[in-house]
Design a protein around this ligand. Structure first.
Ligand SMILES: NC(=O)c1ccc[n+]([C@@H]2O[C@H](COP(=O)([O-])OP(=O)(O)OC[C@H]3O[C@@H](n4cnc5c(N)ncnc54)[C@H](O)[C@@H]3O)[C@@H](O)[C@H]2O)c1
Length: 334
């Protein structure tokens, strides 16, 4: 029976996969007023014990074991397992928040999309869409103030220490580039065509650094740079940002800072106030909390999903094309 929707004031949620990201979801859920974390599912007994000890909730091995007691789930399993857990929860009539990347191919996205009883039952966790700086930048770009967009650069680079923990099961493009694929589409409102990609294997058997080139339908061009080659000694583990150069100005966002620089060609430059960290301990969980609040609010009000499966699929298509370009294969096509 569908237990969420207008009239219900609290969403009972289960987190599926309580590894690095699932633990963040579980912790952030405690800050979401209308959400109650009631259970987690994880195949790892160590992670189940962690959840029982630190979250005080029931921990079960399989998603199927918690569906009876929740209204919704947050799927935080490894990328290649997103489809199974999501389809199981959707089939049981649950709302699903699915971590990025939605899946590892257009075909897998299509199966997930086909499994939705209602398009709003599924939300993709593209967390950058909940970053106030991204939203402000998007507002300026979408207002047309920049005039024609000439070129864009997006980059997301992380520490070798992060890469070492995951490069046997994901790739730079799937782990980092997926954020940028979505960001480019989200802020510009334009579809992204991958025109090429080069990569180098310097630390691991996979491409540790990837530079991709993209084109937009209106003629704008761009680059996407992703790597996990930053040395351990770098004080900040992440270097990520976005620059949009247009006819009337340039917008730059560096995720290492709290401000958005807006320097216009007419001579006016300003740092827009987009400060949003609630405290030093909040970390990236703040945007995540906003994402979770949006998910819960949409479920409780019966509102539209904040990030649809179709949006998730479009980002997956970009990364699938980057991977094809790296392999020297033709793009899989839509
Ligand atoms: N939004 C972001 O910025 C962000 C950041 C990191 C990771 N992620 C995404 O979150 C997801 C999880 O990544 P992670 O780094 O936490 O991985 P992880 O390996 O740390 O955690 C995955 C967890 O899933 C569990 N698991 C595996 N198979 C399972 C199954 N069949 N049923 C239940 N649990 C199962 C594992 O035991 C593990 O605890 C990935 O899709 C990743 O891309 C998103």
């Amino acid at each position: 029976m569908q237990q969420w929707g207008p009239g219900v004031d609290r969403l009972r949620i289960g987190v599926v996969g309580v590894g690095v990201q699932g633990q963040l979801h579980a912790r952030a859920l405690r800050d979401v007023r209308q959400a109650e974390l009631v259970a987690v599912a994880d195949i790892s007994s160590r992670n189940r014990e962690w959840a029982e000890t630190h979250l005080g909730v029931r921990a079960v091995p399989d998603v199927g074991d918690l569906l009876d007691e929740v209204d919704a789930v947050s799927v935080c399993t490894p990328d290649h397992l997103h489809e199974d857990a999501t389809l199981a929860a959707l089939a049981a009539g649950k709302r699903v928040l699915l971590e990025k990347p939605m899946a590892l191919s257009r075909a897998s996205c299509d199966r997930i999309i086909a499994g939705r009883p209602d398009p709003d039952a599924l939300m993709i966790g593209h967390v950058l869409r909940f970053d106030p700086r991204v939203l402000r930048l998007r507002e300026v770009v979408r207002s047309g103030e920049l005039g024609d967009i000439w070129h864009v650069k997006v980059w997301r680079c992380t520490s070798q220490a992060v890469g070492e923990g995951i490069w046997d099961r994901t790739s730079v493009a799937w782990f980092l580039g997926i954020h940028d694929a979505d960001l480019l589409r989200f802020v510009t409102g334009r579809e992204v065509e991958v025109t090429g990609a080069v990569g180098r294997k310097v630390l691991s058997p996979s491409h540790d650094v990837v530079h991709a080139t993209v084109r937009f339908a209106d003629g704008a061009i761009g680059t996407m740079e992703n790597n996990w080659t930053l040395p351990h000694s770098r004080p900040s583990r992440a270097d990520a940002g976005l620059r949009i150069v247009g006819e009337h100005g340039i917008l730059e966002m560096n995720l290492s800072h709290n401000d958005l620089l807006y320097a216009r060609r007419d001579g006016v430059a300003s740092f827009m106030d987009t400060y949003f960290w609630p405290g030093r301990d909040g970390g990236g969980a703040y945007n995540l909390r906003t994402e979770l609040e949006a998910f819960v609010d949409a479920a409780l009000t019966g509102g539209p999903t904040p990030v649809s499966g179709e949006e998730g699929r479009a980002a997956v298509a970009v990364v699938e094309d980057v991977e094809a370009a790296l392999a020297g294969d033709p793009p899989p096509g839509n």
